[in-house]
Design a protein around this ligand. Structure first.
Ligand code: ADP
Ligand code: ZN
Length: 218
């Protein structure tokens, strides 16, 4: 099962991907998390990626595609994956298609999450992530039981460096310029499923993931 999570920053891709991954027992492959791990470990790739990430720009396609390609070769990825934050450009989508063809597998579903822009900015500002297990919290909407501590593993929660108002604006611009074209791309292939994630219409995280699992198992 290959599922792609598409959507602007802060729409809840990672949260939904995490729930799907747990329920379907296949790994969540988050390119953002992989880059952040490299940044933390100060690897060559991390140093390079940080230059783009800190400006809210995309890491170049060749680097990102290679990274995903080798991740998909690992044993735990053979039953399928939830791709969280990849592809983000048409080029990446085309390369993914080639990779899947070589592996004689195909894409099952693209889940496109949409959220009103003002809500996105607020959500990103209020987002905290676990340094250890990568669980995502929102200090207003879904706070941890104990402030600053992960409910799941007890480690410290942090705010991502790029989760500030300025970088979010440029991440949103990048999304509209480069990533949003993928909505049309996958719609034409008949793979797209759009879910509105908004406080105002009250659909978030768990419900979205549960609806999707129901649909898949039907
Ligand atoms: P968000 O969706 O909240 O912006 P991510 O963790 O998915 O967060 O991505 C963080 C940053 O990592 C992006 O702003 C971008 O710089 C980089 N990145 C993640 N995935 C990709 C990708 N597929 N291609 C290029 N850059 C990426
Ligand atoms: Zn944790």
């Amino acid at each position: 099962m290959i599922i792609i999570m598409l959507g602007a920053p802060g729409t809840g891709k990672g949260t939904v991907a995490g729930i799907l991954s747990e329920k379907m027992n296949i790994p969540q492959v988050s390119t953002g998390d992989i880059f952040r791990k490299h940044i933390k470990e100060n690897t060559k790739l991390g140093i390079l990626a940080e230059k783009y990430i800190s400006k809210g720009e995309l890491v170049p396609d060749e680097i990102t595609v290679d990274l995903v390609k080798s991740r998909l070769e690992e044993p735990d990825a053979q039953k399928g994956v939830i791709l969280d934050g990849f592809p983000r450009t048409i080029k990446q989508a085309e390369e993914l298609e080639k990779i899947l063809k070589e592996k004689q597998t195909k894409l099952d579903m693209v889940i496109n999450l949409t959220t009103p822009e003002d809500e996105i900015i607020e959500r990103v500002e209020n987002r905290r992530v676990c340094q250890n297990c990568k669980a995502v919290y929102n200090v207003k909407l879904s706070p941890p039981q104990q402030e600053g501590i992960c409910d799941k593993c007890g480690h410290e929660l942090v705010k991502r460096k790029d989760d500030n108002a300025k970088t979010v604006k440029s991440r949103l611009e990048t999304y509209f310029e480069q990533t949003s074209q993928l909505i049309d791309y996958y719609n034409k292939k008949g793979k797209l499923r759009t879910e509105e994630v908004s406080e105002r219409i009250n659909r978030f995280g768990k419900n979205v993931a549960e609806d999707i699992i129901k649909e898949i198992s039907e």
